[in-house]
Design a protein around this ligand. Structure first.
Ligand SMILES: Nc1nc2c(c(=O)[nH]1)N[C@H]1C(S)=C(S)[C@@H](COP(=O)(O)O)O[C@H]1N2
Ligand SMILES: [Mo]
Length: 230
């Protein structure tokens, strides 16, 4: 099915737990409560206890593209549209500054990235708590994850804990090296990183896929082992 894939991507037959190696052994402390902090250029900071309350739940099948060149096709997510959350909850309650065009997404494991509000408002960007008809597991981002299918995977923050509406994100430090965090990361345009062409980064990243998948799987197995003997 590789012919359906964006430039430079290869399909995997499974959906691995993945990320920057420094996050392999970091896990969310809170796995049940799906609360989300909203902060930044807003009238007041707010902790939303249940992001899903009162919003239309939708199911969506989409492909997932990691910047290191692996893709997983046909994932079935369930959640709410970020656009609905933004327009129904954030705008009326918190009145974000019109100039806040960037979101900083932060996760319980310390991961963080930015997403343009314009990209986040696409109808296929979801806040999810279910995957393939089951509650989202720790591997894939419990208790709450954002997915942005048109962006490379590093914008789809797992264990999402806060969203900061930001007027000026120039001082933001991403969790990866700066060249690895493209502000938009659009898969169709192969915006893998900044300063280097996308096709070049394919060859830099591809050798990391196997070792990273194994490292993340090992850390997960160790966590399960530690929990079952505790
Ligand atoms: N909190 C958090 N979110 C994260 C990551 C991470 O390490 N921690 N890794 C990112 C990267 S690089 C990818 S490809 C996807 C992997 O998602 P998966 O583990 O569900 O396959 O999550 C993204 N979101
Ligand atoms: Mo990734």
């Amino acid at each position: 099915m590789d012919h359906d894939l964006p430039p430079g991507q290869r399909a995997l037959t499974q959906f691995p737990r993945f990320g920057l190696s420094q996050f392999a052994s970091r896990f969310p402390k809170q796995t049940e409560h799906r609360g989300l902090k909203i902060s930044g250029a807003v009238a007041s900071e707010l902790l939303i206890a249940d992001v899903f309350a009162g919003l239309e739940r939708i199911e969506q099948v989409s492909d997932f593209h990691c910047v290191t060149t692996w893709s997983r096709q046909g994932l079935r997510w369930s959640g709410v549209r970020f656009a609905d959350f933004h327009r129904t909850i954030v705008v009326p309650k918190l009145r974000p500054d019109d100039a806040a065009i960037t979101l900083i997404l932060r996760a319980q494991d310390g991961a963080r990235t930015t997403l343009l509000l314009e990209d986040a408002l696409q109808p296929d960007v979801l806040l999810v708590d279910r995957l393939d008809d089951a509650p989202l597991g720790i591997e894939h981002g419990a208790p709450l994850r954002l997915i942005a299918p048109r962006q490379y995977g590093y914008k789809s923050v797992k264990h999402l804990s806060s969203i900061e509406y930001c007027v000026d994100a120039s001082g933001f430090r991403p969790s990866a090296f700066r060249f690895m965090d493209h502000p938009r990361a659009r898969v169709a345009l192969e915006e893998r990183g900044r300063g280097f062409p996308g096709w070049f980064l394919r060859f830099l990243y591809r050798p990391l896929v196997g070792p990273t998948v194994r490292r993340f799987a090992r850390a997960m197995a160790e966590r399960r082992g530690a929990q079952s003997s505790a």
